[in-house]
Design a protein around this ligand. Structure first.
Ligand code: C2E
Ligand code: MG
Ligand code: MG
Length: 611
């Protein structure tokens, strides 16, 4: 009870009554109960007191002169500072007391005079408790609102964070998607995206019979040389520059993709005729005539272009790309820097090449190769000086197949390494046999052709050493024939190999001389022993001194550089005579003999013919 009294002791009650007895009585009773009590004997005083310090409860007499209780109450309620204070009306039984009005102006209760003090106290305590509960409720509400606000702010922040994360993820997804569908170097669509678009175009053509589209396949010519000589970073720079230049010639409908390496593809959709594609191909070829200005270098790059016209006849998108690729390949073999339109015959040729490849693999397994030997004549003595080993393929169905038919396929498939090594072994074995049997009273020489591809092998010298060791042939009498392309394509590596050949006293001949590159500077820097004048020059010799062409020049080069000239493809006595006049060292051709199997070649040696 004590603590209860302590608690209410602080509460402040304002008693308003014009009757001093009432004031006295009530204040005495309430003060006794521990309340702080203030009194006011009229309405105005009451308002002033309430405004000065807001009481916790007002006991308000109704009947007062000047301002009556209703009005005081109404005033208190009108002021926000006092509006919440509970007002209990005091009314005499005799008063005409309007309860409705009392509640209407904001009173919470009333007591009638004469007072029963216990009743007054009970009502006062009730309303103070109610008021306290009200305040506590408000406080709780306030706290609740604050917490709700706080939580809302937290939720909003979390929401914001979530949104940010979602956006980030979407961005990442978009980036990943872009990465999956684009080439990182040039930023162009990659093969996957290109195929997707190709499928769309193909579907369109299935739905609309007259819908046409085209695939343009572009491959840089001799890009490898740029990569090898200027380095990969320059190669990359060039690819980017090329991509940007190609883009400038395309409309927004076209898809330009990098398929890999130096290969690009363009998809032209909804075109009227193939002319749209050929025009573009021409434009691109012209655009490539302008050099690329890279950071450190100015570079020219040419391209070979293949075009395949797409229509509903195609079943697979890959077939279109394959056909455009085939046409590009044709453009390359026809001399690069041009475009070709696919026609089904090309596909047929590719299939044939594939068949040839299979046959060739079988031929290696079944040992269907033979080496023929064609004599090389010393034009001064007219006697056989040596032989050139020439490969033949004994095809079970086609009979004897010439190397010109299959060497390129053997090179592309890498089979040439095995075959070439085999030819070298055979030729050296045959030469050693001739040397041992002393078929001539001077040592014959043996020329063996080496492919560009063989030169790219790291163990070429080891292979040659192995053959030399196995056959015991004297390397001095071995001549290796290479074309100028070996030097052009393997420049640095070739130099090292040449040096090693020189150390072994093996001779080096440049085959088909005059048909390849125009630069002769390599003749100074590489240890070349012989130049073989190409058949095409020799065949122009017809007795007329005006048709000597390059032959005198080539012969004088060999003389100036201490080399020997060998004329290939001599077929007529006139050609022979003229070459003799020009003082050509050696000759080879059908006039003397066609390439022969070993046995017949041996017979020829024994015949010891003289031309
Ligand atoms: P090549 O090295 O220039 O060989 C000369 C070619 O001319 C041979 O053709 C030969 O039969 C032919 N020939 C010789 N004299 C005459 C003539 O008077 N008139 C005509 N019309 N042709 C003549 P073959 O044997 O068909 O070889 C063609 C090419 O194949 C060779 O040209 C050579 O580059 C390559 N080859 C041949 N055997 C091998 C080999 O074992 N390895 C490599 N890598 N290539 C080889
Ligand atoms: Mg040759
Ligand atoms: Mg030749």
């Amino acid at each position: 009870m004590n603590s209860n009294q302590d608690c209410i002791a602080k509460e402040d009650i304002l008693i308003v009554d014009d009757n001093p007895d009432n004031l006295y009585l009530l204040s005495k009773m309430l003060a006794k109960k521990g309340y702080r009590v203030r009194t006011a004997s009229n309405g105005q005083m009451a308002l002033t007191a309430a405004q000065a310090v807001a009481p916790d409860l007002v006991l308000l007499d109704i009947m007062m002169p000047d301002i009556d209780g209703y009005e005081v109450c109404a005033n208190l309620k009108a002021d926000p500072n006092t509006a919440e204070i509970p007002v209990i009306f005091l009314s005499a039984l005799t008063d005409t007391f309007d309860k409705i009005k009392a509640f209407a102006v904001g009173g919470v209760d009333y007591v009638t005079k004469p007072f029963q003090l216990a009743e007054v106290l009970a009502r006062v305590q009730n309303h103070l408790a109610l008021r306290a509960a009200e305040i506590a409720k408000k406080e709780l509400n306030y706290q609740l609102e604050e917490r709700v606000k706080e939580r809302t702010t937290q939720l909003e922040a979390a929401n914001c964070e979530l949104k940010r994360e979602i956006n980030e993820r979407k961005l990442l997804e978009a980036q990943l998607l872009k990465m999956a569908l684009h080439d990182s170097l040039t930023n162009l669509p990659n093969r996957v995206l290109f195929m997707e678009r190709l499928i769309q175009a193909l579907n369109c053509s299935k739905q609309h019979q007259d819908y046409q589209f085209a695939v343009i396949f572009l491959d840089c010519d001799r890009f490898k040389i740029i990569n090898d000589s200027l380095g990969h970073p320059v190669g990359d720079e060039l690819l980017i520059a090329l991509a940007r230049r190609l883009e400038t010639h395309l409309d927004s409908q076209a898809t330009l993709a990098r398929l890999g390496g130096d290969e690009f593809a363009i998809l032209l959709v909804n075109i009227e005729t193939i002319t749209t594609a050929t025009k573009l191909a021409n434009t691109i070829l012209q655009a490539l005539a302008i050099p690329f200005q890279l950071k450190r270098y100015e570079v020219f790059i040419n391209a070979s272009i293949g075009i395949a016209l797409g229509n509903c006849d195609y079943e697979q998108p890959e077939h279109l790309l394959r056909d455009a690729d085939t046409a590009m390949y044709r453009a390359k073999t026809l001399g690069k820097g041009q475009y070709q339109i696919f026609d089904p015959a090309m596909h047929h040729a590719t299939l044939q090449a594939l068949q040839l490849e299979n046959d060739l693999r079988r031929a290696v397994k079944q040992q269907e190769f033979i080496v023929y030997y064609q004599p090389i004549i010393d034009l001064k003595t007219g006697m056989i000086f040596g032989f050139e080993a020439l490969l033949r393929w004994h095809h079970p169905q086609k009979g004897l197949v010439s190397p010109s038919v299959f060497i390129s396929v053997a090179e592309e498939t890498g089979l040439i390494n095995y075959i070439g090594n085999w030819v070298l072994g055979e030729a050296c074995r045959q030469l050693q046999l001739w040397h041992q049997e002393k078929v001539t009273d001077y040592p014959l020489t043996m020329s063996v052709n080496l492919s560009v591809k063989q030169f790219a092998q790291l163990d070429l010298i080891e292979q040659i050493d192995r053959v030399l060791a196995q056959t015991q042939v004297n390397p001095r009498f071995l001549k290796l024939e290479i074309t100028e392309s070996v030097i052009m394509e393997n420049d640095k590596a070739a130099g090292i190999v040449f040096q090693k050949l020189r150390e072994r006293n093996i001779q080096l001949s440049i085959d088909d001389f005059g048909t390849g590159y125009s630069s002769l500077s390599y003749l100074h820097s590489f240890p070349v022993d012989n130049l073989k004048i190409d058949r095409s020059f020799v065949q122009r010799l017809d007795g007329n001194p005006e048709n000597l062409g390059l032959i005198p020049t080539i012969i004088s080069i060999t003389k100036a550089l201490g080399m020997k000239a060998i004329a290939e493809g001599i077929e007529t006595p006139e050609q022979l005579a003229q070459l003799r006049i020009l003082d050509c060292h050696f000759g080879q051709g059908f006039l003397f003999s066609k390439p022969l199997p070993a046995k017949q070649a041996t017979n020829l040696i024994f015949l010891a013919p003289r031309w």
